[in-house]
Design a protein around this ligand. Structure first.
Ligand SMILES: *Cc1c(COP(=O)(O)O)cnc(C)c1O
Length: 340
């Protein structure tokens, strides 16, 4: 996290049902749309929720039990989309990838002309670090008239992401990844067509996660429920800075950290998987992966990300987001060299 964000987090919070706070929200609305690369006619909803809250809100506000949705399940976050569809009775099929398997056009080919109306995908399946080819997904969705909902939480500000150019109908992002803010705020952005033809006509069985109220309240810079106000203020400040620094330079920063780190670990007893990677993190296959995580934490004061489930002892992940530096990479690569 950067010093300006941290400083803002220490300030007391003003009351928010005011003209002044609405101005802040409206600026967040227009800036975030610009930064994800979508037209002003798109709609943004700011939720007090972790990323999963926004995933669930997006799914139940966009799709109904009359839809048929393809879920790309290449890891834990893809499975989460499947779980959400299951919980809400939204018919779905899972395109399951084995660990290590890259998503290709051949996988999609099987689903042409099968009556699909939607697709749910995480642009970067953060649990394993695979970056999907969104242009390939766009072409499939266009050809099959499928509504494309993308969880871009794991790649926003780390990988190139331009919503309209990529034919994405609904984008989901959250505060605690590339934006480098505390967790607890998430944003759903829907293009005009999806808002008008799907979301505004929907009747999701939820009060808190019904996006319609968020979208209409945003017209006057407000939210239906108490916003994560402190994080909104941190987001507002961060977005302003991103506008002047540019999104491209943020992405380059992660890209440079990623390529530097991958170069440093080439000579170590670790393997980087061969599927396409995001700049947000480097997945590393190594023996006793969970012990490596624990030893780096306890013996070196360095925190990497362990995996859950069957990858627990196989895979760790090293982040390249936020204020990390080349010196951090050097320290970690040296420690890794000793531990593995
Ligand atoms: C981090 C992340 C989420 C958010 O999960 P929460 O724990 O609910 O914030 C969702 N999708 C992806 C791809 C992520 O990387």
């Amino acid at each position: 996290m950067d010093p300006l964000t941290l400083r803002l987090g220490s300030e007391p919070l003003p009351y928010f049902r005011t003209h002044e706070f609405s101005e802040v929200m409206l600026e967040v609305d227009t800036t975030i749309k610009r930064l994800v690369g979508t037209e002003v006619s798109s709609r943004a909803a700011v939720l007090a929720a972790s990323g999963t809250g926004a995933m669930e809100a997006a799914v139940i506000s966009t799709f109904t039990p009359s839809d048929k949705v393809l879920v790309v399940e290449g890891g834990a976050f893809g499975r989460r989309f499947g779980d959400i569809c299951h919980a809400h009775g939204i018919p779905h099929e899972a395109l399951q990838l084995q660990f290590g398997e890259a998503l290709t056009a051949d996988h999609l080919q099987r689903y042409t002309h099968t009556g699909l109306t939607g697709m749910l995908v995480n642009s970067h399946e953060t649990s394993v670090g695979q970056l999907y080819n969104l242009r390939m997904l766009r072409d499939f969705c266009k050809a099959n008239e499928v509504c494309l909902v993308v969880d871009a939480i794991g790649s926003f500000l780390a990988d190139d992401y331009r919503m309209d150019e990529l034919g994405v109908d609904v984008t989901i992002i959250s505060s605690q990844k590339g934006l480098g803010l505390p967790p607890g705020l998430a944003v759903v952005i829907a293009n005009r067509q999806t808002y008008e033809q799907r979301i505004s006509r929907g009747r999701p069985r939820s009060v808190y996660l019904d996006l319609r109220a968020y979208f209409t309240d945003m017209e006057r810079g407000q939210t239906p429920f108490t916003p994560a106000e402190g994080i909104v203020l941190q987001l507002h400040e961060k977005l302003r800075r991103l506008e002047s620094e540019t999104v491209e330079s943020r992405i380059n920063r992660s890209a440079n950290l990623a390529s530097d780190f991958r170069g440093r670990v080439r000579s170590l007893a670790v393997t980087v998987p061969s599927y396409p990677l995001s700049n947000a993190l480097t997945p590393l296959l190594c023996d006793s992966a969970y012990d490596v995580f624990t030893r780096l934490k306890d013996e070196y004061g360095l925190w990497v990300t362990p995996s859950g489930g069957e990858l627990k002892d196989v895979l760790i992940r090293v982040g390249h987001l936020g204020e990390l530096t080349i010196e951090d990479n050097e320290r970690l690569a040296n420690a890794l060299g000793e531990v593995v």
